[in-house]
Design a binder for this molecule. Structure first.
Ligand SMILES: N[C@@H](CCC(=O)N[C@@H](CS)C(=O)NCC(=O)O)C(=O)O
Length: 207
């Protein structure tokens, strides 16, 4: 299996974490979005990362890839068995993408990506405004949802993967979770990003 996409992307990180959790062998091609690589272009119609290819089967989108991995390699399960828990895990996958990553990428792009990668000045006012006004309501919500080591049921799942993934980008943007204001969230983020699967995915981005 070939996985396309730099793991600096939270969406690529989701896929790498699932692969490590399930102990699936893969070849990683850490291309950027819209890369010229023909294999990547064939796998990702919109040029977004991540994408994958396995024996001629091509797929883009982190959630779609996670679904594929779950069906092909059911153990250990990353989607709970119970119908309500499974749907709730999917909700957190959506929340992770549509709310948290969408907002979290703003300070990441302005403070990290633009100056470090694109060598242009970021919009610090926009970054700070997002940190001050857009992220706190999302952190408030998560604080009410955490009651133990995992977001859903008694197992590590796609919910934990999708919600924790953007927090590494937030760290790179010097955004931390204030433990005095969001104690459960702060602990959960620390513990989840320390899992071996997340540590390996984060190390892949550094190299
Ligand atoms: N829904 C997609 C989102 C992927 C995505 O937006 N990736 C970003 C990188 S973090 C990208 O490729 N952006 C390029 C673009 O939007 O054209 C997924 O979950 O994989």
């Amino acid at each position: 299996m070939v996985i396309y996409g730099s793991s600096i992307s939270p969406y690529v990180r989701k896929v790498l974490v699932a692969l490590y959790e399930k102990d699936i062998a893969f070849e990683h091609r850490p291309v950027g979005f819209h890369a010229a690589d023909p294999g990547f272009q064939a796998a990702s119609p919109m040029g977004k990362i991540p994408a994958m290819e396995e024996a001629g089967y091509r797929l883009a989108d982190s959630s779609a890839i996670l679904d594929y991995l779950e069906r092909r390699h059911p153990e250990p399960a990353l989607v709970p068995e119970d119908a309500q828990d499974a749907a709730r895990a999917r909700w957190f996958d959506k929340f992770g993408e549509c709310e948290l990553t969408r907002q979290g990428l703003v300070p990441f792009v302005e403070r990290f990506l633009k100056p470090r990668l694109f060598k242009v000045e970021g919009d610090e006012a926009l970054a700070q405004r997002t940190v001050d006004t857009k992220l706190p309501p999302l952190f408030d919500y998560l604080e009410t949802q955490i009651d133990g080591p995992y977001l859903v049921a008694c197992q590590f799942s796609i919910a934990d993967i999708a919600v924790a993934a953007p927090f590494h980008n937030l760290r790179l943007a010097k955004v931390t979770v204030d433990a005095a204001r969001w104690p459960k969230l702060a602990d959960w983020v620390t513990a989840t990003l320390e899992r071996p699967s997340f540590a390996a995915a984060i190390a892949a981005a550094k190299s």
